[in-house]
Design a protein around this ligand. Structure first.
Ligand code: GLU
Ligand code: ZN
Length: 532
């Protein structure tokens, strides 16, 4: 009876940049596939490009996964992950292995040393360009060197330590035939060997492997069953298949995920998502006040859909329903507005204490952009009262300092026309402000006792009743009375709930502050009246 192998998938980022949307999507889909099929999700750091790999990018990989809650079942033990049985999970710690397997290919005549200098390669490239030659890339110059002689020359160079100008090892792509593989999403892929870039380097002059070699060896040694990766890697598939064949190994199943595109705001054209479309790194979104739930939900929908109608999913829900059969073949377009919409949704689902905790963590790591005289300390102390007022209208946590600024500094009245109710002149609006002033004076003369937000809402009932009575008195709608008042207090005509805001402001800054704002807007309306 044949036993079905346990699913083992991996996320194999190269630490050469910050984790971006595409990478996170690959990580997420691998993770979900593992969870759904009772398999294992492996994190492998592919840091064989010595010049471009950086430690802080490795940290960014770990932090990104941790923040999202995508936990590897196996990963670099030296960095605190539960090690599996297939370590090390950092490629730079596995170079001896890659050298050993390269030697095997050399011994079997499936790879060969190349001594071509960079100058020669450059000349070759120029010549091919000038002659518009059908043959592009390496001309297999060293493939015919007598192996024994080449070996001695390579040893001599290695011994002399002239690594930079030393030699590389190239994989001898079979001259005839083709590579075929079945992609779980794209179906059968066939690629003539003649169309594979001639004889790619597998061991570089620094004796570090290239991506192709290390990736294939590790996927094999780590028993990877499925390779889910971005479609950019599809064209490497045929080469990888040839490498598996050369080693006599069975290749894993491939599934190349749909591209993630961005829309150019100026031309409306689609191209691979990149910086010119906006933020692309997870870190930027974090700093920008996006919640993990929103990112996970939205990223899950990049090239995948559960059905036509359902679009909100938590990570746990995705773990239960993710299915490769529901991947889309067409490219996905990253929609910043949609992500923002999800973010607003999840912000509203957070409780105030949760939101507060999230903010404090965020501000500890990335100090927020403050407005006017507001300080993080001030804001943090008042969050329990302020957050419930802002929560309804937030699209991202980053908006909080600006939206909350009116609790700490008096607004500047740059657009006094926003204070005018429909069909009202500036003078009439100023009169309404004076009416509101008298209401406030009366309210201030009483002692309002409240601590919690619920108690505040009870106080609000009384305040609101007073303003309603005043509006009736003046023969105007409540909305008309509120409009200049709202602008006076908040400097905006689309502010968070006004009466609650005034109650909080009275507590924070005293009643005089409220009256002062009404007076200065009234003055502004009276003096600038002709212009309005
Ligand atoms: N290290 C490659 C990357 O950075 C991995 C590609 C693959 O999954 O094979 O994307
Ligand atoms: Zn050569």
């Amino acid at each position: 009876m044949s036993q079905v192998a346990q699913v083992r998938v991996r996320y194999a980022p190269s630490p050469t940049g910050l984790q971006h949307i595409g990478g996170v999507r690959t990580a997420l889909f691998n993770y979900l596939f593992a969870r759904r099929s009772g398999g294992r999700f492996i994190l492998r750091v592919e840091d064989t490009d010595r010049a471009r790999s950086e430690d802080h990018y490795i940290q960014d990989i770990y932090q990104s996964l941790a923040w999202l809650g995508i936990e590897p079942d196996e990963g670099p033990a030296e960095h605190g992950f539960s090690g599996g049985d297939y370590g090390p999970y950092i490629q730079s710690r596995r170079v001896e292995l890659y050298r050993k397997y390269t030697q095997q290919l050399l011994d079997e005549g499936k790879a060969y040393y190349c001594f071509c200098s960079t100058e020669r390669m450059e000349q070759l490239r120029k010549k091919q360009e000038e002659e518009k030659s059908a043959l592009q890339g390496y001309d297999r110059h060293c493939r015919s060197l007598p192996p024994e002689e080449a070996r001695r020359e390579a040893e001599r160079r290695y011994a002399a330590g002239v690594e930079g100008q030393g030699c590389t090892v190239r994989f001898a792509i079979p001259l005839e035939g083709s590579a075929t593989f079945h992609d779980l999403l794209l179906g059968d892929i066939e690629w003539a060997n003649g169309d594979i870039n001639p004889d790619p380097v597998i061991l570089k002059a620094d004796r570090f492997p290239t991506y192709h070699l290390a990736n294939v060896i590790d996927d094999h040694l780590m028993n990877i069953t499925h390779v889910l990766r971005a479609q950019e890697w599809l064209s490497s598939g045929p080469l990888h298949i040839q490498l598996y064949r050369a080693f006599g190994w069975e290749a894993p199943q491939f599934c190349h995920l749909p591209m993630v595109m961005g829309r150019d705001p100026a031309t409306d054209k689609l191209s691979k998502l990149s910086k010119r479309h906006g933020a692309t790194s997870l870190l930027e979104f974090r700093k920008g006040g996006y919640l993990r739930e929103a990112l996970i939900n939205y990223i899950a929908l990049l090239g995948w859909a559960f059905d036509e109608s359902r679009e909100t999913f938590t990570l746990a829900e995705l773990e239960g329903c993710f299915d490769l059969a529901k991947l889309s073949r067409s490219p996905a377009t990253f929609d910043y507005r949609k992500l923002e919409w999800f973010n607003g949704r999840y912000i509203r689902q957070y409780s105030v204490p949760q939101l507060r905790k999230e903010l404090e963590n965020l501000w500890q790591e990335h100090s927020p952009e403050m407005h006017g005289a507001v300080s993080v300390e001030n804001l943090t102390e008042r969050l329990d009262w302020i957050l419930p007022l802002l929560q309804e209208r937030l699209k991202s946590l980053r908006e909080i300092p600006a939206l909350a600024a009116y609790f700490f500094v008096a607004p500047v009245y740059e657009e006094p026309e926003l204070a005018l109710p429909k069909k009202h002149t500036a003078a009439q609006a100023a009169a309404l402000l004076r009416k509101s002033r008298s209401v406030l004076e009366q309210l201030h003369s009483r002692d309002w006792v409240w601590e919690t937000f619920d108690e505040l809402l009870a106080v609000k009932q009384d305040w609101e009743a007073s303003f309603r009575a005043a509006a009736a008195d003046e023969g105007v709608k409540m909305g008309s009375l509120m409009q200049p008042l709202r602008y006076a207090i908040t400097g905006s005509n689309t502010s968070p709930p006004l009466i609650e805001s005034m109650i909080v402001l009275e507590r924070l800054a005293g009643g005089e502050e409220l009256l002062g704002r009404l007076d200065s807007l009234a003055m502004c309306l009276e003096t600038g009246a002709e212009d309005l």
